[in-house]
Design a protein around this ligand. Structure first.
Ligand SMILES: [Zn+2]
Ligand SMILES: [Zn+2]
Length: 179
């Protein structure tokens, strides 16, 4: 028999702590809307995620962010009108249903990006074959600098705040949201 590590009152406190975290976090995201930016460092395209305060390689984001046509937040990426009746695809681009229909259900911005990438890779491959060398080209050898995530690894169990403190914070956070 395994012993369940949490009591019911523990769970209630943990639930409120989670709620405080999420409220804070979504508020931060709300405040940082439109502030995240794409920039270039040497050969690499990087993206500064303001709410996470992290810089990531653009490859970590949906494909749309790697294309020459960055996804807009609330407009259609085909007709540029407000996106009311439509969907945002996994690539990050969003289209009205009727616009997506006109595109024959594919995202042209991303298709262009993939085509260019495939062309480039094929060209490099042919170049390698023509040279007759079984070595990697400089472009392929370049190593990326690793972004080191700075996760806060503090052990929550050891610093469990008192139940009332968490509850007060939770109530304060809720009140702050409503005004
Ligand atoms: Zn549209
Ligand atoms: Zn796309």
């Amino acid at each position: 028999m395994k012993q369940y590590p949490y009591t019911i009152s523990n769970l209630k406190t943990l639930k409120e702590k989670t709620a405080i975290f999420l409220l804070d976090y979504f508020f931060k995201i709300f405040k940082s809307q439109g502030k995240s930016k794409l920039y270039k460092k040497q050969k690499y395209l990087l993206y500064h995620l303001v709410s996470l305060d992290q810089v990531v390689d653009v490859k970590c984001l949906p494909t749309g962010f790697s294309t020459s046509f960055l996804p807009f937040t609330n407009t259609c990426d085909y007709c540029y009108n407000i996106l009311n009746e439509g969907e945002v695809l996994t690539c990050g681009h969003g289209y009205h249903y009727k616009c997506y229909d006109k595109l024959y259900y594919s995202c042209n911005h991303c298709k262009e990006y993939y085509k260019k990438g495939i062309n480039y890779n094929v060209k490099m491959f042919i170049k390698c074959l023509e040279k007759g060398l079984n070595v990697l080209t400089n472009e392929k050898l370049q190593d990326k600098e690793e972004s080191t995530p700075t996760a806060d690894d503090s052990d929550d169990q050891t610093e469990l705040e008192s139940i009332s403190e968490v509850h007060n914070n939770f109530v304060n956070a809720l009140e702050a949201m409503s005004c």
